[in-house]
Write a protein that binds this ligand. Structure first.
Ligand code: URP
Ligand code: ZN
Ligand code: ZN
Length: 459
């Protein structure tokens, strides 16, 4: 199949120009003005923006968590992602404590393989680092193409590892060219505050927020960057939310240390006042939403190059699942749906409101994730030889977000009724039209597991 996209405004992390793009098979074959080629399909993109397909490196699909499963499976989640302009996701495998990493990989691949509509990869969450697990790290990086390892400094008694395990894992991962991702909040402090609030009969969603104050994240972020400095292992802090945590990273730069930082769309645009609502459980996630001053810090951090990625931490639960914690905030499954909304919300709230440039938009929604996670330039840009993962975007179309129209398998929206400016119109995934005229044109099974390279592209 060949496709010619005519006359779009091509925007990458470092360029902005009007051109035609010629695609043959799965990759981009030519880029230029008035290309003299014949294609089986032509798309007129006059007046539209052309972005590289979005990459969301933080999603949880079909994930066993807090006595239930996240409600989007690999099919519904990756399809919804495509509707929103995200052509590739990186999901998380969770090792079961006492079991091997290989067993977890097999289990996750049996749920995901042949079920994804969009492209995907995994981070491996190590919840039990020991002499046996240690032996598996090299093979995961070199044979399986899983080059990033997730660690939790919180969720005590479930997923959390201690600092001794963290340092051991960092040394092993560093040796083989991988990267450590971290959920950086202080699990012991949170555990203490949750128990304290419960003992005082403080059980509403607001106390989820009050059990994870900014200091719990600042402290753990500081400790993580120190351990990363000590071991020289590249680190990536997931879902960073607040000023204190970003200042820990800022301090680390003073000793010439580079730590990668991800925030998520929700932390940039909604705040903790939502926890006072009757339906506050919809926004129970960890870390919790923060304050307006933290949003200002995060936008500044993006523009200062301290925050490289805007992801979602998409972890949806139906309202009925959220009701598991109606009498006790600590039983509300943690997570928030956004996989479909990220690209449009970031454009509308970021580019349209002049908080970030168009190039920065591409950088944080696609290119940097491809670089940090070992997929660039195959993914994350529009260039000859790259996968033809392309979003054709109308920058002027206004529309409303709603659970009645979204494609995520969740019965509410965290952004019900929000008006956004800018709409994903057409999406190509590896040279195939995936989304057109509000329809998905590809089936589950088209999405491919992407083996990733070692961490060589330091940005
Ligand atoms: O609330 C969240 N973030 N749920 C998903 C698990 C995690 O911590 O990323
Ligand atoms: Zn987390
Ligand atoms: Zn997460």
């Amino acid at each position: 199949m060949s496709i010619l996209i005519r006359n779009g405004r091509v925007i990458t992390a470092d360029a902005d120009f009007i051109a035609d793009i010629f695609i043959e098979g799965e990759t981009i074959k030519a880029i230029g003005q008035n290309l003299n080629v014949k294609a089986e399909k032509e798309i007129d993109a006059t007046g539209k923006y052309i972005f590289p397909g979005g990459i969301d490196p933080h999603v949880h699909l079909d994930m066993p968590f807090m006595d239930t499963y996240s409600s989007d499976n690999y099919e519904t989640g990756t399809r919804a992602a495509l509707f929103g302009g995200t052509t590739m996701v990186i999901d998380f495998i969770l090792q079961k404590q006492g079991n091997s990493l290989q067993a977890a990989l097999d289990e996750w691949r049996s749920r995901s393989d042949n079920n994804c509509v969009g492209d995907y990869s995994f981070h491996m969450a190590v919840t039990d680092f020991n002499d046996e697990t240690k032996k598996e790290i090299q093979g995961l990086i070199e044979k399986e193409g899983i080059t990033s390892f997730k660690t939790f400094m919180a969720y005590k008694g479930a997923l959390m590892i201690d600092d001794r395990q963290m340092i051991g894992l960092m040394e092993e991962v560093k040796k083989h060219g991988g990267l450590i991702n971290v959920h950086a909040t202080n699990g012991d402090m949170i555990d203490y505050l949750v128990a304290k609030h419960k003992s005082e009969g403080k059980l509403s969603p607001l106390y989820h927020y009050l059990s994870q104050p900014e200091i719990t994240e600042a402290e753990a972020s500081e400790r993580f960057v120190d351990m990363s400095f000590y071991t020289s292992c590249p680190g990536y802090i997931v879902h960073l939310t607040c000023e204190g945590a970003l200042n820990a990273v800022r301090n680390a730069t003073k000793r010439n240390q580079k730590t990668f930082v991800e925030t998520c769309i929700q932390y940039l645009i909604i705040d903790a006042s939502l926890y006072e609502r009757e339906d506050g459980a919809k926004w129970v996630m960890s870390p919790p939403l923060r304050e307006k001053k933290d949003q200002a810090t995060l936008w500044a951090g993006i523009n200062q190059g301290l925050v490289q990625v805007v992801a979602t931490d998409h972890c949806p639960f139906m309202w009925e699942q959220k009701q598991m914690g109606k009498d006790d905030f600590s039983k509300i499954p943690n997570g928030h749906p956004a996989i479909e909304n990220r690209m449009e919300l970031l454009f509308s709230e970021g580019v349209v409101k002049n908080k970030i440039t168009l190039n920065k938009y591409v950088e944080v929604s696609s290119t940097n994730a491809a670089k940090i996670f070992g997929m660039f330039p195959r993914k994350g840009t529009i260039a000859i030889g790259s996968d033809a993962d392309i979003v054709i975007f109308d920058p002027n179309e206004k529309h409303k977000l709603s659970a009645t129209t979204h494609h995520m398998n969740v019965d509410y929206s965290g952004y019900e009724g929000w008006e956004v400016t800018g709409k994903v119109k057409t999406v190509l995934l590896r040279g195939k039209v995936a989304i057109e005229q509000n329809h998905c044109k590809i089936d589950k099974g088209y999405g491919r597991f992407i083996k990733r390279n070692k961490v060589s592209q330091i940005i």
